[in-house]
Design a protein around this ligand. Sequence first.
Ligand code: ATP
Ligand code: MG
Length: 367
Amino acid sequence: MPVSAAQRFAKFFEATSDCQFYVKRDEDGRFKYVHANPAALAVVGRSTEDELLGLTPVEVMGEEYGKAVEYNISEAFHQGRPYHFSGALGTDGSGRVYDAYYYPLIDESGSVAGVLGSARDITDIKSLNERLLHAQRLEALGELSGSVAHDFNNVLTILQIALRNIGDENIDRAKRDMILDEAQKAIDNGAALTRRLTSFARKEKLNPVPHDVDKLVSSCRYMMQRALGKRIRLRFDLSSDLWKACCDKNEFEIAMMNLAANARDAIDGEGEVVISAKNMVRATSAPLHYPEQYVEVTMRDTGNGMSPEVARNAILPFFSTKPDGKGTGLGLSSIAKFVNDIGGAINVESALGVGTSVSLLLPREAI
Ligand SMILES: Nc1ncnc2c1ncn2[C@@H]1O[C@H](COP(=O)(O)OP(=O)(O)OP(=O)(O)O)[C@@H](O)[C@H]1O
Ligand SMILES: [Mg+2]
């Protein structure tokens, strides 16, 4: 006897390791399960479809994840087209990550009859991907070691000359100060180089904690002024009602030092750097997991700015327009990695001959 199309599809539904389910909207506008395959039942800890029938995702998965699923379903339902979601879902707090598609099923009258969901567990693929990316970073660092060694050699040479000259008994005070200044700059450069490399190679996830952003910014003041030098004025413009933001203090300081170094190179002489901070709410239709409230910290400089092409590439690892030995091209990419890791973002705006603004969006502390 021939196998009917319905039988074939029923077999697919049962056998696939993807979680599949079908929900319909009741008269109260609530989405309720009508079907779920064995893979979906296993994820929510049920053994038969009957145990799920007539329940909403929140009733099955709890507030946090259930709401996210209901949001995704209602997007597909109301837009009348497939909706894609990738992120943590589940019931057991295992943090497993799913790639899910929600398809509206349109009936003969042209209205949406229900929504079909299909979710694939991509936790292992994601972690493999992360490991691969990390391996690629390490490989890139390996390739870079030649030029790093060259930069360090410069630092050592300057220090060697400084030590030799400073030992000279006939040297006057002004000359000694100049030598010390040069030596200090060389040490700062060496330290900045190691900081950039370690933060680029960093593998562990950061553990951001809430900080007062004005304190965080002010604590970098001295270091930033020193990096900028005497000819660049440093100004602060911080809103008085700033939220606390989740951030890793060390990484934040490194980021500000990197930005200050970029501003100094772009100004090349006299100019101004303004650091501002304000609360910011980003309008987004993304599912609930993404923070929408940030504290935005911006460093604006009066430097020579970037062409649109440079601005587009600026945050790519190893992209640099600076001469050999002057820039590794890891400054902005390390900052981008850091803010991404804490759930924030980076924005670069620049105009040739006018200046550059780099904004770091730090997620507001959970309230
Ligand atoms: N404030 C700025 N003004 C103008 N151009 C900038 C600014 N910041 C970054 N850029 C451009 O973006 C490029 C990449 O910056 P990034 O900080 O990543 O690397 P780098 O400064 O070249 O090297 P490194 O920071 O590793 O020493 C720079 O080479 C420069 O062309
Ligand atoms: Mg830089």
